[in-house]
Design a protein around this ligand. Structure first.
Ligand code: SDX
Length: 392
């Protein structure tokens, strides 16, 4: 090997870049977007204001926000030819696979992106923010055998998404403000998280000068993994299994403690950075109680989730490894109460994380980061002679 390589599997102790977007303190459980605390933003801001803040670095003035929000409203329609691509998917295709494919296909519909010129990044940023929610609802409607809804320019961002998800030609749909507000909080809490797996993927793909749609599509694929954003779907399926199995959480805590032999992990627990608590989980846990109470939903798996958290937080295995509920542990309980099906949970995570991915991609380009190309420690064969087939 020429030169000296430090092996750091999973980049546990590697700073991949400098960034001014999001600040995390894993010990103190601090999360700030451009210096604003998520507690403040989740309580007082709209998701599009937070999107603007992450992407452009400042909270928008009223005029800036109106321009931004109007541009998004005007680009929510998706090219009808994208529907032909969508119609080619099997009905049972996982919505994350569909989303990653269609976002990548967007680069074919907006060709002025080749060879990294990105002449007008803002136009593509608006298109992504505007069209992702529209595309996201197609899988849900088709799985139900319901007609796909078109976006409406009369609706704000989150009500528009909810209307495309839940309205039917046979009856009027009225957006419940409790549902819209719960979604606003959840999307804000998912909006960015510094150099997590999917964001690092977006930066790495973008560092080769690949276009923004291909980079975001790669991020969607990385987020899909059950160890990352896909965990929110795994959590609910795990809680449902526990419920079906009589609700004995201690049995599952024991199984997780023997992860090496059982291969079972408590999804929604543990985090690479947060070592005392995930500040987002705290907010979401409280929101779960509030939203379910306001909606009059009594979901037995919320009690199972709390019982599991209680059991784990008093168990040496979890305490010694500093494993606490993360952002994915309670979020699915709220999505369920909002009527969103389990296989759409990670799509919701992607809608929330999109502004963060965009902000990080834009920063990577603006700071002219070099193409990402890590090294390795080679452990394969030393030099050997080729043996012709007839002699093997
Ligand atoms: C997200 O990075 C981000 O910021 C991600 C995210 C974001 O906003 O982008 O926060 C979103 O992805 C949250 C995480 C969602 N994933 C899960 O809930 C899946 C379950 N969690 C784990 O797989 C794990 O905790 C990770 C992936 C989250 C973190 O993995 P690490 O940092 O590589 O930790 P590890 O796998 O090395 O675990 C350390 C120890 C191991 O035991 P020992 O080898 O020391 O004996 O803790 C154990 C692990 O076996 N462990 C668990 C566990 N998580 C870790 N044991 C049981 N259940 C778990 N959930």
């Amino acid at each position: 090997q020429t030169g000296y390589v430090t092996l750091d599997r999973g980049y546990k102790n590697t700073g991949a870049t400098k960034s001014a977007i999001t600040f995390l303190d894993g010990e103190l459980g601090i999360l700030q977007y451009r210096g604003y605390s998520i507690e403040d933003l989740a309580a007082k801001a709209s998701f599009l204001e937070v999107a603007y803040l992450l992407i452009y670095g400042e909270l928008p003035t009223q005029e800036e926000f109106t321009t931004f929000e109007t541009a998004i409203r005007r680009h929510t329609l998706v090219n009808e030819d994208m529907r032909k691509i969508f119609d080619g998917f099997p009905v049972k295709a996982h919505p994350m696979g569909v989303l990653a494919s269609l976002v990548s296909a967007m680069s074919a519909f907006y060709p002025d992106l080749e060879s990294g010129k990105d002449d007008d990044v803002d136009r593509h940023i608006i298109r992504l923010l505007a069209k992702l929610p529209t595309i996201a609802t197609w899988s849900y409607k088709r799985a139900l055998g319901h007609p796909i809804n078109y976006p409406k320019n009369t609706l704000d961002y989150i009500p528009n998404f909810l209307n495309m998800m839940f309205s039917l030609p046979v009856e009027d749909y009225k957006v419940d403000p409790v549902v819209a507000e719960a979604l606003n909080v959840l999307l804000i809490l998912h909006a960015d998280h510094e150099q997590n797996c999917s964001t690092s993927t977006v930066r790495l793909v973008g560092s080769s000068q690949a276009n923004i749609y291909s980079s975001i599509s790669a991020g969607i694929s990385a987020l899909w993994g059950p160890l990352h954003g896909g965990a929110n779907q795994e959590v609910i399926e795990m809680l449902e299994d526990i419920k079906a199995d009589g609700g004995d959480v201690s049995k599952y805590v024991e199984m997780a403690k023997n992860a090496k032999t059982t291969g079972f992990r408590l999804f929604g627990f543990g985090h690479r950075v947060y070592k005392n608590f995930d500040p987002r989980a705290k907010i979401i846990k409280k929101a779960a109680d509030d939203v379910l109470a306001k909606l009059g939903v009594n979901d037995p798996i919320l009690e199972i989730a709390k019982g599991l958290e209680e059991a784990a937080l008093h168990d040496e295995y979890f305490v010694s490894r500093k494993l606490y509920p993360n952002v994915d542990f309670y979020s699915g309980i709220i999505y369920r109460a909002l009527g969103i099906p389990t296989n759409m949970f990670t799509v919701m995570f992607a809608i929330g994380r999109l502004p963060g991915w965009i902000a990080q991609w834009k920063e990577m380009r603006e700071t002219k980061e070099p193409i990402g190309r890590p090294r390795q420690i080679y452990t394969g064969s030393t030099l050997r002679e080729f043996v012709p087939l007839e002699k093997r």
